[in-house]
Design a protein. Structure first.
Length: 317
């Protein structure tokens, strides 16, 4: 992650030379400040920590006010585009749009589901890109599409924070098969595993009504404790939202699990294969998932070997 951020800051200097070694960075996070369990909030805090580790000063701003008093003093503004579109002011500052989801993820339905948040009248997918000097994209496939529009781009995948995600085994939180995440869309990995007769530990608000209660283990795992769950499970399941999969965006869950030394089984994405080779077994249907679960539960040495290889790949990224 540090190498990726250094690349960003080098590119920024092409537009606006910075006289001092420390850059004042405005970071627009697609979350309210009190949504501390929200994935976009957590990603924003980890991004903030990564930039600060490079010696720069970060000024975060949130949905309720993206332009607080003093924000005009920053040298560079990074807009983290989750489901929230932006309408940046017309000024001379360097502006970077980070697409860690596809642009199409920002839509009326998502806005209307958020209390007090409505889709702004100015918004359109066609015009949003033109307000930025650089588009950072977490998918090489999607990056190529953006480049066709004539905008400068850089590939920056979703990432992990190795200060939080590292190997720490804890028998008290160990499960055979683990899934962490809300059932906001059809979670095929958990659903298919349960339908195939496997005992899956489910953590995430909403599973109480989506799966038999015997599988539900809790609403939430603190993000600073999550690495223990990943490291201690025999198998961690991952699946990818359809809009992200179609556009080639690899979820940060993949990087979090592998950084923690966990053994991951995921739905098939060629982008995961490009990063990890065969270190992460992947499935395309219910039958393939069942075979993988049965095989790797019975072969702990192979699980451990692949988990070690996954961690080595993570260190290279």
């Amino acid at each position: 992650m540090k190498r990726q951020l250094a690349t960003w800051l080098f590119l920024f200097s092409l537009w606006q030379p910075i006289n001092s070694s420390a850059v004042e960075v405005g970071l627009k996070i697609s979350s309210a400040e009190n949504w501390t369990a929200w994935g976009d909030y957590i990603l924003g805090q980890d991004f903030k920590s990564g930039i600060e580790a490079l010696g720069h000063n970060v000024h975060p701003a949130y949905i309720d006010n993206f332009y607080p008093l003093g924000s005009e003093q920053t040298d560079i503004d990074i807009y983290m585009h989750g489901f929230v579109p932006f309408n940046p002011p017309k000024d001379d500052k360097v502006k970077v749009l980070y697409l860690y989801y596809p642009l199409e993820t920002a839509n009326t339905k998502k806005f209307n589901n958020l209390e007090g948040i409505k889709e702004p009248e100015w918004y359109s997918l066609e015009t949003e890109l033109w307000d930025y000097d650089l588009i950072a994209v977490a998918s090489p496939v999607y990056q190529k599409e953006i480049e066709k529009l004539g905008k400068p781009t850089v590939f920056v995948p979703q990432f992990t924070n190795t200060e939080k995600f590292f190997y720490e085994y804890d028998a008290s939180v160990a499960h055979d098969i683990l899934f962490v995440g809300r059932p906001g869309y059809e979670r095929v990995s958990a659903k298919w595993a349960i339908e195939s007769g496997f005992d899956v530990a489910l953590y995430g608000d909403g599973w109480q009504t989506k799966a038999p209660l015997k599988y539900f283990k809790g609403n939430y795992i603190n993000n600073h404790e999550l690495h223990k769950y990943y490291a201690s499970a025999k198998i961690v399941l991952n699946d990818t939202r359809n809009d992200m999969k179609e556009a080639g965006f690899v979820s940060n869950r993949v990087f979090d699990v592998t950084a923690s030394g966990g053994f991951l089984i995921s739905d098939y994405m060629p982008e995961i294969e490009q990063f990890y080779g065969d270190s992460i077994p992947m499935f395309k249907n219910k039958e393939e998932l069942a075979k993988l679960l049965q095989y790797y539960l019975a072969h702990p040495e192979e699980r451990q070997q692949k988990a070690r290889r996954e961690r080595l790949v993570k260190k290279v990224l």
